[in-house]
Design a protein around this ligand. Sequence first.
Ligand SMILES: [Zn+2]
Length: 72
Amino acid sequence: MTEEKSQQVKTIWQSCPHCQTKIRYSRTNPFRPFCSERCKNADFLGWSEEKHRIPENLPFSDLDAEFQNIDE
Ligand SMILES: [Zn+2]
């Protein structure tokens, strides 16, 4: 009988949130949960770009005016 089995390190796979590449989960990976620095940076840039894409003011005032008319 050997105790080898309990010594085995479990391999956990995860996919990079940016490019979906399967990577081995590692606490020492400085880019986790991303597969590489490139993906980490790309995702970060994507987020900051998203912030600039906030929709312009919707014409709520027009809708409000219509509803007020119905109420009368
Ligand atoms: Zn990636």
